[in-house]
Design a protein around this ligand. Sequence first.
Ligand SMILES: Cc1ncc(C[n+]2csc(CCOP(=O)(O)OP(=O)(O)O)c2C)c(N)n1
Ligand SMILES: [Mg+2]
Length: 319
Amino acid sequence: MKKEEALSLYRKLVLIRQAEEKIRQEYLKDEMKTPVHLGIGAEGISVGVCHCLPAGSRTFGTYRNHALYLTVTGDVDGFFAELYGKLLGPGKGKAGSMHLSAPECGLMATSAVVGTTIPVAVGAALAEAYKGTSGTVVVFFGDGAMEEGVFWESLNFACLKHLRVLFVCEDNGLAIHAHAGGRRGFRSILEAVAAFDCYHAGGDGSDVPAVIRCTRRVLHRMSEQPKPAFLHFSYLRFLEHVGPKEDFDVGYRRRPSREESARLDPVLRFEKELLRIGCTLDDLEAVRTAVKEQVRHGVEAAQNAPFASPMELYTDVLA
Ligand SMILES: Cc1ncc(C[n+]2csc(CCOP(=O)(O)OP(=O)(O)O)c2C)c(N)n1
Ligand SMILES: [Mg+2]
C-alpha cells in the first residue's frame, strides 16, 4: 500500500475512534438524548470495505453505524449535530445515533431494528438488476442478525436471482450479553453460508489490509460473474452493548489481556503497518492533531446549534 493511501485510511480510522472517544467523554452530561452503540474495535471493517467500493455504491447498516457514517460521509459536524438532536444533523435531529443516513453519499439507511436493512438492501440490488445497471449494494449487520429468518430469506433470494449484493457480517460473538454458542443452531457462519450459491470470504476485522484484500477479491469475482458475496469479519467489542462504558466487570465475559487488546485494536495495528511502510511518527501525529480539531469543532458547533422547530415533527414521517 502506498503511503498516501495508507494515511488517508488512517485518517478515517482516527476520525471514527476520536469521535467515539469524544462521545464517551461527553455522554454522561446527558445532552445527547440518543442511545449510542459504540463500535470501538470495529472501525477497520467499515473503513476497509468502503475503501474498495466503486463510486456510486449504496450502503446499508445497523444502529452500530458511526464508523459507516463517518467513513462514507466524512461529515463530522452533521454527525455530532444529529447526536445532539439538532437541526443541522442529517436527520434534522430526529434520527439520532441509530438511524444515521446520507443518501446523497450512498448511505441509504441504518436501523435500530436488527436485520431490517438486509431485505431492503437486497431490494436495492434487485432494482439494479431489473434496470440492467451494475451498481454495488452493501449491507453491514451484526452476527445476531443471522439468527433471524429475514437474513436467510434475503440470502436465499439474492442467490437465486444472482444479485450483486455484498453481505458484510460484523461478528463480535455477542448479541447484547449473549454469546454465539448459546444462540446458534449452526456450527460455523461461513460453513452455513457456503451452502448457498454466493462468493464468501472472511478474516480478522481488526486487520485493515486483510479486510481490503478480502473485499477486493470478492468484488472482483462479483464483477466477472454477478452473484452475491458474503464477508465475515470478527472483531472485539471493546465497550458495553450500548453506552459509553466498558463492561468487563458485569460477569459475562473476561477482560482481554494487554496483548489481546493491542492485537485486536485496528487503529494500533494499522499504526504498525504505517510505520512499516515508511510513515514517520510525526506523520501519524499530524493526522491525529488535525482530526482532534475537527472533532472539537464538531462537538462545539453541535452544542451551540439550534433544535428543529416543533413543526418538524410532522415532516419526513413515513409510517
Ligand atoms: C428485531 C429485533 N429484535 C431484537 C432487538 C433487540 N436487540 C437490540 S441489539 C440486539 C443484539 C444484536 O446483536 P448483533 O446483531 O450481533 O449486533 P451487535 O449489537 O453485536 O453489533 C438485540 C437482540 C432488536 N433491536 N430488533
Ligand atoms: Mg454481535
